[in-house]
Design a protein around this ligand. Structure first.
Ligand SMILES: [Zn+2]
Ligand SMILES: [Zn+2]
Length: 299
């Protein structure tokens, strides 16, 4: 069908973006692969392909088990071991997937002739609402995303120690006295850095309203062509027109400084997708929209 793979369909050809000051790069086309690295946070969202750049990443946050999002988890783990990476590899995922992923890694090892016990990476199962540590200064919060299979979205936040809200405004001598009595004065506050959803229907964008408090929000608009609108919800996806409706309802959600759109269908023409996005989304938002596609579809 294609004489050469066009750039925008080459899963090892990442698109690099400055998302409101946060560098991110990755690839996301429906059915082919989705992966997105935030290098300063040390995380990769999904692992539908495993570029060499991912081998320095310790934490992989998997949204769901569809192959285009998850099929390179064993490859990431094996390549990191092959190059002698000394740090643990951690794969965070919806809790019911931990057993099947362990079975998958064991099966691959058996096929490659490993006898006896198969060593496994750290597979961390999460449920909606759960918070897990990444680095000392980072936490990830999982939330439900509605798709055709069990899915989670993730918000990666910076952990900052702050004076407890109830103690704010209290004079210094009183705080010192409380400290002497052994009262804990500080608590952790989570400051969102980026929120990522793999695949979801548009209702998730309303049900999980907290996502609009992230400075960087990465979501899907698998379908952009006007005649494709009826395809989106039955297939567990979002159409550009549905996103436009959500944005109009929200009015201005100023906390989202960069709204990154991804996971376009394989039929997408990058230039046409950009034009449709610009024409469809509310004007006040347009300068904050980033598209995870190369500028054009050159081979
Ligand atoms: Zn997908
Ligand atoms: Zn999917």
């Amino acid at each position: 069908m294609w004489a050469m793979t066009p750039t925008h369909l080459n899963a090892l050809h990442p698109v690099r973006l400055d998302a409101a000051g946060l560098p991110i790069f990755g690839f996301s086309i429906s059915g082919l692969a989705t992966w997105l690295i935030a290098p300063t946070l040390g995380v990769c969202f999904d692992m539908g392909e495993c570029p060499l750049e991912a081998l320095s990443i310790d934490h992989v946050l998997l949204t769901h088990a569809h192959g285009d999002h998850a099929r390179c988890v064993p490859r990431h783990w094996q390549l990191r071991r092959m190059i002698g990476n000394p740090r643990p590899s951690r794969y965070l995922m919806p809790a019911p997937l931990v057993g099947p992923f362990a079975d998958w890694i064991r099966a691959e090892a058996r096929m490659e002739g490993v006898q006896g016990e198969v060593s496994l990476p750290e597979l961390v199962g999460l449920s909606p609402g759960e918070v897990a540590p990444l680095r000392d200064d980072l936490r990830v919060t999982a939330f439900a995303a509605s798709h055709t299979v069990l899915s989670l979205g993730y918000t990666v936040s910076e952990r900052r120690k702050k004076l407890k809200a109830a103690l704010e405004g209290m004079p210094g001598d009183k705080l010192a006295a409380l400290r002497r009595q052994g009262v804990t004065l500080h608590e952790d506050r989570l400051i969102p850095k980026i929120t990522f959803i793999g695949d979801c229907v548009a209702s998730t964008l309303r049900d999980e309203a907290h996502i609009w408090r992230s400075p960087v929000l990465v979501i899907e608009t698998t379908f952009v062509e006007p005649q494709e609108e009826a395809l989106a919800a039955p297939r567990g996806h979002t159409h550009l027109n549905e996103l436009a409706a959500v944005l109009r309802e929200l009015g201005d959600a100023p906390e989202v400084k960069a709204l990154v759109l991804k996971h376009f269908s394989m039929r997408v023409d990058p230039a046409r997708a950009r034009a449709l996005i610009q024409a469809t989304l509310p004007e006040a938002r347009r300068d904050r929209i980033l598209v995870l596609l190369p500028p054009e579809s050159a081979a």
